[in-house]
Structure formats: C-alpha cells, structure tokens
Write a protein that binds this ligand. Structure first.
Ligand code: URA
Length: 212
C-alpha cells in the first residue's frame, strides 16, 4: 500500500473550512467538490495513457490520451456521493460504479447493502472515493470487493485518514496489489465511537444533513 498526503496550501485551507463546525451543508458540499478535484489531480498521476497522433491547425504531432478500458470511479454510499462530482470533473470519461457499505455502529464492521459494479474489472484502474478513512473496515471491504472482480490497481481518495485505518488497510491488503491512498491529511486518532479526531464529524451528516 502506498500513502500520498497531498501537501498544498489550498488543500489545507479548504480542509480547515470543512473541519469548522460552523460551515453549513451547502458550503461543505461545494468545498468537498473543490477539494476532491485537487486530490483527484494527485490521485490520477499514474493514470494509464497512450500516445495519439493528431493534427494541430499547423502541424502533425504526437499527443497523449487516456487508455482503454476507461477508469472506474466508485463512490461508497452515502458520503462518497459528495465526492463524485469532484472526481468526474477531472475524469469526465470515467465510468461510475456504486458500492453501498455501512458501518455497524456497535461492531464498527462494514456491511454491504448495495452494489452496482461491472462484473469484470480485470485491467481496470479503479478510484474508490470515501471521505473518511476511519477504522478502515469499509475501505478494506470495498477493495476486497473490487479484487474479487479482478481489479488489481486501486486508488482510494479520502478527505481524511486516521492512523488506525491506514494500519488496517496495510495489514489487510499488504502488497497483494497496487493500492494507493490519497488523502488531504492524516489525523491524530479515532475516538471510542470510531470518529476521526480532530476530523470533521460525520461526513454524511455534514454533506446531507442528519437522518433520524
Ligand atoms: N465517518 C465519518 O463520517 N466521520 C468520522 O470521523 C469517522 C467515520
């Protein structure tokens, strides 16, 4: 597993506003999209390309274009949806799959409740988007799901990560495949309820409001 912490003043600024408890949902959503676009730029550094011959108005030249098969973006429902627009803005030709994983608030384990993914992900570059890498349970379950369908090249884009979650992904995935985590920051620790500290609270609630 590789970890890339995106170190940029604009990322740090946007993350600070996201963390602030006073930031209302509409601003939180907009900033999440902007932040994800910046993270997506880092996350796509290794995206596969092919050379393409084109004509400019004045000369023939060799350019670069994204290779087939198209990359797959997989938002983890529900909070990952808030990151989708930011990803597809940078990767408009990507396909989008969905994975619904929810953590059981008592056991903190990930339970699958929905999935809409291509059956065969062999040779596909997959970009999993989930705002909070907390215990790591959801992310490990998502990566395993993609592995079962043949994917071996997975990049996870998270707004924030906890050291405990990073350790869990490292232990569960090891060097079995090419897995990269791209995040805006690695925070201090998880509290007893599994929240990232200092974190930004419940990402789904901050994006979409509290569902009772
Ligand atoms: N999920 C969240 O939304 N926030 C956390 O801090 C941890 C998990």
């Amino acid at each position: 597993m590789r970890l890339h912490v995106a170190d940029h003043p604009l990322i740090a600024h946007k993350l600070t506003v996201l963390r602030d408890v006073r930031t209302p949902s509409p601003i939180f959503r907009q900033l999440t999209e902007e932040l994800v676009t910046l993270l997506a730029y880092e996350a796509t550094r290794e995206i596969r390309t092919v050379a393409e011959e084109i004509d400019t108005p004045v000369a023939r030249t060799t350019g670069t274009t994204l290779a087939e098969p198209r990359p797959l973006v997989v938002p983890i429902l529900r909070a990952g949806l808030g990151m989708l627009e930011g990803m597809t803005r940078l990767l408009p030709t990507a396909e989008v799959g969905f994975l619904g994983l929810q953590r059981n608030e008592e056991t903190l384990e990930a339970v699958t409740y929905a999935n809409r993914l291509p059956d065969d992900l062999t040779g596909r570059q997959c970009f999993v988007v989930d705002p909070m890498l907390a215990t790591g349970g959801t992310l490990v379950a998502s990566i395993e799901y993609l592995f079962e369908r043949g994917a071996r090249d997975v990049t996870c884009v998270c707004l924030l990560a906890a050291p405990e979650g990073l350790r869990m992904v490292q232990e569960a995935i090891g060097d079995r495949a090419d897995v990269t985590i791209v995040t805006a920051a690695v925070d201090d620790h998880l509290n007893e309820k599994g929240y990232i500290i200092p974190g930004l609270g419940d990402a789904g609630d901050r994006l979409y409001g509290v569902i009772d």
